[in-house]
Structure formats: structure tokens, C-alpha cells
Design a protein around this ligand. Sequence first.
Ligand SMILES: *Cc1c(COP(=O)(O)O)cnc(C)c1O
Ligand code: SF4
Length: 345
Amino acid sequence: MRGLWLIDGAGMIARSERKIEPADWQHSLREAYTRPLELLDALQLDPAAVGLSASAAAQFAFRVPRPYAALMQPGDPQDPLLRQVLPVTAEDRRAPGELLDPVGDLAAERAPGLLHKYHGRALLLMSGACAIHCRYCFRRNYPYGDSVGIERLNAALDTVAADASISEIILSGGDPLILRDERLAPVLARLAAMPQLRRLRIHTRLPVSIPARITPALVRLLGESRLEPVMVLHANHAREIGPALHAALLPLRHAGVTLLNQAVLLRGVNDDVDAQQTLATALHGAGVLPYYLHLLDRAAGTAHFAVSLRRARFIMKALRKTLPGYLVPRLVREVAGQPYKTPQA
Ligand SMILES: *Cc1c(COP(=O)(O)O)cnc(C)c1O
Ligand code: SF4
């Protein structure tokens, strides 16, 4: 494998040690790390020193694509990217108030896989699968299968087609971009044919974990759609926005896709002012505006990631003082039964 060129800390062109991944994103998907020991070995970390838990990994499988792992700092057990994906003993503890469906999604289901919680927007679960498994995720306990049958999808689309109040469709999951472009194309075509729809939004973490997922075909699908395309990425730390993601997002920007980011406030990952500032500026550097900063949903086994509301508000205040207003994300929490994501600061 060849190395990569980038600008180093002194502003010079330098050769990076990092490997270039094959452009084929499905190869990256298949070749993901699925054994924690293999990743720890690549990072030169001692499994005994990181609190690895086999039972946590049995509850919610370990999965980390190599392009994402390549952004981690070898030798650092506290690496903010590693912490997001490593199954640790803290997950085995149960905290009071943890719920299997903390955001009330099951109650908002209009048809199997179609959530209609908020005015004018419906969310379609395109797949239960993800390229990367994030330990803090509330969907870790959500009872859906990995694949979505064509019958279920058509029934959900029929429900959307029959509802004149829906102007925006949100493709979510799991991760909707785990589906190949050839599978997405007919869904997008059906949606574009529904006259009441104006916007098409995709919620995805796939470009962050495998930047090559943004293929020329996907750019064309979004750029040429009648619907106004919006992509909401999910990056929690500035280091997740590497040169490969930066380059991959450029054609989406040129195709007129509105790029936003949602992050989760996570203890030990991004719960300080500096981490949030550098995330916001790195996002803007890649043409992405910070949208939401979520307080953690109280899913079982995630209590060690929780950040207090008091600390979250302290961080938000500091961000407002130092960043332009358009780079300050909205701090929100999802409260079951509320008509919008509830502002917290
Ligand atoms: C978050 C969410 C939306 C979108 O909410 P916005 O505030 O428009 O970003 C829509 N439907 C569901 C079910 C959601 O969870
Ligand atoms: S739904 Fe998003 S946050 Fe949850 S595991 Fe998948 S990629 Fe990670």
C-alpha cells in the first residue's frame, strides 16, 4: 500500500504513514475489525489495561471499519475514537432509569419501520445494520432485524405517499447508506415521485467511518433528485474528520447537498470546551455545519458516557462566547412524547 500526502503541523507537504484504503467501500465494510483484540494489537495496546469486556461485546457486537481505526492514536488507551467503539466492563453495570426504548420510538411507529413523531417529517428505517458499532448508541437495544424486506419498505412508502402532511422524508436506521447505491436508487425515485415531498434527508455515520461510501453514483443520486438533499453526518470528535472525509464531502457540496452534523456529548470523548470548539471548526472546514449536540439517551449499559446537564450548559456557554453563532450546535435531548427535540440550553 502506498502512503498518503498531507500538510504537516509546520504547513509542509509530508508523507503520512497512513495507508490508503481501497476505494471500494464495500471492501472496507467486509474487512472491518470484528475482534477487539485485533484492533488493540494494531494500536499496540495491552488488553488488560483498557478494561475490555467480553460480555459487553456479546451483548452488542464489536465492529470498526479500518479507515476509522486508522484515525486512532496508537498507544493511547484513552483515545476518543477508540472509546466510542471499545466494549468495556463499565457497560456491564446497570444504572437506574435506563430504558430499552429511551426515546419512545416504538410508540411513534406509523407502519413497520416508519416513525412519524414530528410535524411534516417522517423517518424511514432503511436498515438495522451499521458499518460501525458505537457503544453509546440507543439503538443497540432496538428490536429490528439487520435487513429490511422489500414488502415492508413498500408498505412504509405507501403510507408516506398517502400522507399529504409530510414534506420531508428522513432516511435513517441503523445506517441507510449501508444499502448499495443500486438499492437506494429505486427508493429515491419513488420518493421523488411523491408531489408533497420537498426535502430528502439522510442521517448517516457511514461517511465518517468509511469516507469512500460517498461514491460518484451517490453524489449523482442526491444531486440530480427533484428533492432538496440534506445529509446529516454523525461525527463526535474533530479527529474523525480526516483528509479522506474532507475530500469525499467536496463533490456533495458541489452537488448542492446541505451538510449538517449531529454529535452526542460523551464523557471522556468530547465533553470539554476545546473538543467541541475543534469539532465545530473542523466541520466547517469540511463544509459541514454543526446542527445538534445530543445529550445521551439513557440506553442500558451507557451510563459511563453520560455528561451532566450542568456541565453541558457550561460547555455551551463557552462555545457561544468563542464561536460564531452558526458554528454553535443546538444542545438537545429527545424526550418521549414531545413534538420536537427539546432544547437544553
Ligand atoms: C430527530 C428526528 C426527526 C428530525 O428532527 P429534526 O428536529 O427535524 O432534526 C424526525 N423524526 C424522528 C423520529 C426523529 O427522531
Ligand atoms: S445507529 Fe449510528 S450511533 Fe448507533 S451504532 Fe449505528 S452508526 Fe453508531
